[in-house]
Design a protein around this ligand. Structure first.
Ligand code: GUN
Length: 341
């Protein structure tokens, strides 16, 4: 196994290194909210947390970081994205990831397998990528076809190339509060940046509620919030009186995969609401059935009560992709640092 030297900053490459820094912000990216009175109620129009603009800024910084790594160390960050099967949503995600890698100046590889590819073949591709010095990050798009063993696949990726942060070694470090020597899963890492934009890095005294306990989002999100000193509650399908728990949240992260489940009366006035859901629903417009993307949050209702909210699409989604680039650059920088020892 390759030795993983000290890495800095859980936002992958974004918080260290020449030419790359995280900007502390309250301007530009967000549209300011406003409050007005209607009868006895204070109506709020929430600040819109625009992931597209924010991720474009981060992309510029990552592109500059990649160029500097090439110039100073002759290393081009390399990302391999693996798709098994033909799930249309996964095809779009994988294509977007590969394109973003190219546009950041990375070496970008995409491997596509038929849905019935045997486990052994997938594992041997991962072996080859683990040993390929041009590849610093490996991502196998989930979900996998049913016959494949997801855990065996994700645990086969070398931890130092696990830019998804799904390897037990990386999960363990994050759970122990070590965000420097690991890769933080991309979606919660992107959510956390948006939360920091609103509240700063120290969330002392704030209550955070995460709805959803997945390994990809809910659990790592809770670890990050806890590390930032928030008081954290994780809710899931067996939680009783979910709306009442949600109403305690200064920061609410919804990651359940149920269209518009979170309603306006679940929200504490002024709360920051991060919507991780991407759900396709059908609406009828002028007698025609159209497909529409919605989050786990009922935007129309919640944006009247929340202080800040991410839209769907254009909120968490673009941040997730850019955090993957950040983790890949972080991995490539670690190789450069190891060479110098
Ligand atoms: N499917 C949905 N989200 C993710 C992710 O963050 N990583 C991978 N590999 N697959 C996903």
């Amino acid at each position: 196994m390759v030795y993983l030297p000290a890495l800095h900053g859980y936002h992958g490459a974004l918080s260290f290194g020449p030419g790359v820094k995280t900007t502390s912000r309250k301007s530009g990216v967000v549209r300011s909210g406003s409050r007005r009175r209607q009868g006895n109620l204070t109506m709020t129009s929430a600040t819109l947390l625009d992931g597209k603009t924010r991720s474009a800024e981060l992309a510029a910084s990552i592109t500059a970081g990649a160029a500097a790594l090439l110039r100073d160390h002759n290393i081009k960050p390399g990302l391999a994205v693996v798709l098994i099967g033909a799930d249309p949503a996964s095809q779009v995600y994988v294509r977007n990831k590969a394109r973003m890698a190219e546009s950041c100046g990375f070496h970008s590889l995409q491997h596509t397998f038929a849905a019935d590819t045997p486990q052994k073949e997938v594992l041997s591709l991962i072996d080859a990528l683990n040993g390929d010095p041009a590849i610093h990050g490996i991502l196998v798009q989930l979900p996998l076809p049913d016959h494949l063993d997801e855990q065996q696949v994700t645990q086969h990726i070398a931890p130092e190339k696990d830019v998804d942060g799904f390897h037990f070694q990386n999960i363990g470090k994050l759970a122990a509060g070590d965000t420097e020597h690991t890769f933080v899963p991309c979606t919660p890492a992107g959510c956390m940046l948006m939360i920091e934009d609103q509240h700063g890095k120290d969330l002392s005294g704030l209550r955070a509620v995460v709805i959803g306990r997945s390994n990809i989002v809910g659990k790592p999100m809770a670890s990050l919030l806890l590390k930032a000193n928030a008081t954290v509650t994780i809710c899931h399908s067996r939680t009783s009186d979910l709306p009442a728990v949600a109403r305690t949240a200064d920061i609410l992260v919804a990651a359940v995969g149920r269209a518009e489940m979170v309603r306006g009366d679940w929200i504490k006035s002024g709360a920051t609401v991060i919507d991780v859901g991407i759900n396709r629903t059908e609406v009828i417009v002028n007698g025609e059935t159209r497909s529409r993307l919605v989050g786990d949050v009922n935007f129309e209702e919640v944006s009247k009560v929340a202080g800040a909210i991410t839209p769907v699409p254009g909120g968490v989604g673009p941040m997730t992709i850019i955090m993957l680039m950040s983790n890949t650059l972080k991995s490539a920088r670690a190789i450069a640092a190891a060479r110098q020892v």
